[in-house]
Write a protein of this length. Structure first.
Lengths: 337, 337
């Protein structure tokens, strides 16, 4: 049995390119004691994939020659003395390959609710990031103004919709007129601003005439700087990602955020970072909430599924350029029968 | 009766100079209904005085021609239908002048504990900033490593000593070898690093071999950037001030902080700003705690009292260059009899 894999073979000097990857065929491993063999169903494509190339984050830096890392939804097809039934659907980080051997503790069984793709999107890592970021880190309350960047992206689109559900006024920032229309017409945002427009700063100011209580930040950089200026006293920034800064060969050259700490002091702001695994104990509750909102139609799920492991490099390169709408994922294999 | 006043007459193009001020003689006002006439005893000299020239902060921007603003300890010498007894010592913002008419709500009566100078230093705004910043915003716990910048300054020296009292390992950053020695020999810091030394970054890393839990930031800029790199996962930054960025004619040119939001996300940091008036309801408790620590010798009070209102401009210019040790204040008039 063959195991198609995509290796990360070249550290990009500047922006990531498909040539930084290589498709190879490896062996399918055998699970040792306490291990399972997983078959990849869906591979999540995330901006963080690029950040992992730049240095140590919450995981080790990727090394050239590694199987490219990535979050997956997989099926357990063999086990060796674990209590995970063969046939289980699990969330794990199996990487860009068709098969992976993982320790039982590295996979978590997914109680399937609806289509599997939802467990990569609204009920997956990005949906959970929106949920915990907005509700726990941001602590949003009804009536507040919530600003969301990368608002047509996987996390932003869910964060904005949860904020709307909670009775907030929601302003989205996205990278095209088409995305802005989608936010307004399909996701119920109160305002949407195109960050590629020449009048972006003024447009954003006009969209937030009374200031911003919570900024859900997926991008960092100049947009964060602008948002700091719009935040009210005691405003909060949910630091979820910094996608504007990932796709560079020289992270140290990234321009800094000028409003820190000046505006943080004078306006008594709070900036707080998080990753979803900090809230792992509460995932079941969050998934139940999210699934309920999806079922009731309160949350519209935006997904893009591209076909075949070999499309993953282009899917990631394009994602970093902002060509996705909603959650992008790669179908590596069929759903379990 | 004359009222010597110092006006802010010129917005500095670059660094503040004594020529940006002018000493004049004005009239002593008469308190209207609900007002008091205050005689200035001690004038607090604070880095924030410079920030007020740059734009709106938590107060309106200073305008050229204004009496220079400043926090004072004053004596009520006349009142008009208030319930504040003549002879009371009050904390207020009477500015750089010998007399000021203020509304009763603009002054707060100080229950005097020990020398009046302490009510400007350890028991004044800067001591309170150290107290609330470290304990409420930072939430320090025994055993943590606390890093303090401008550690020989008015706020930093108290913050570091409170951290030591709470059982933390305390590392101070200061601007001379003499200041560093003071931190080690007289204030009980565990380590001290000179930010003007060529090997500053390496020295700081060596002084914090296990990383930093809480960074009490008085300076912003490159030191904050460095501290972000040393913070542990879930580390906190208490954003108290940004003195490195105040003394410029062009605040927009200040270099940004590069670790935001990248390191904030990956290490799940929290940065939070505050000003002491946010905790006004709890000042009496804080003053009691601080006075107790001063009386027991647990906190050594560092003060510099310069004589005469006319010395205030040079006192502030020098403070911004870092030539002070501890709390700098100007004696404008004698203590009440």
């Amino acid at each position: 049995m063959r195991n198609r894999q995509i290796l990360y073979v070249h550290r990009p000097e500047e922006r990531l390119s498909v040539d930084d990857f290589e498709l190879v065929e490896g062996a399918v491993g055998q699970p040792g004691p306490g291990q399972v063999l997983c078959r990849t169903i869906l591979l999540s494509v995330d901006p963080a994939n690029r950040a992992w190339m730049q240095g140590r984050t919450y995981r080790d830096q990727l090394a050239e020659g590694d199987v490219m890392a990535g979050f997956t939804l997989s099926e357990v097809v063999a086990d060796n003395g674990t209590n995970i039934p063969v046939g289980s659907v699990v969330a794990c980080a199996a990487g860009w390959q068709e098969y992976a051997v993982l320790h039982a503790r590295e996979v978590s069984v997914v109680p399937v609710l609806g289509p599997l793709t939802h467990h990569v999107s609204a009920l997956g890592i990005t949906g959970l990031a929106a949920y915990f970021g907005l509700l726990r880190v941001g602590g949003v309350k009804g009536g507040e103004t919530v600003l969301v960047s990368a608002a047509a992206g996987a996390t932003g689109s869910v964060a904005g919709q949860i904020a709307r559900l909670k009775g907030c006024r929601v302003v989205g920032i996205a990278g095209s007129d088409r995305k802005c229309r989608l936010l307004l017409d399909e996701l119920g945002f109160d305002a949407a601003v195109d960050h590629r427009s020449a009048g972006f700063a003024d447009d954003l100011r006009r969209a937030c005439p009374d200031g911003v209580d919570v900024y859900f930040d997926n991008v960092g950089g100049a947009t964060l700087d602008l948002a700091l200026r719009l935040l009210k006293q005691h405003g909060r920034v949910v630091c979820c990602g910094a996608v504007s800064q990932y796709d560079t060969g020289d992270p140290a050259s990234v321009e800094g955020v000028r409003g820190v700490p000046g505006l943080v002091v004078t306006k008594r702001l709070r900036l707080e970072g998080f990753i979803v695994s900090d809230f792992a104990g509460d995932w079941p509750v969050a998934v139940r909430d999210l699934a309920g909102w999806v079922a009731s139609g309160d949350i519209t799920v935006l997904e893009e599924v591209v076909e075949g492991l070999e499309t993953a490099p282009q899917a990631l390169v394009g994602l970093l350029a902002g060509d996705n709408i909603g959650k992008r994922m790669v179908r590596v294999g069929p759903d379990p029968v």
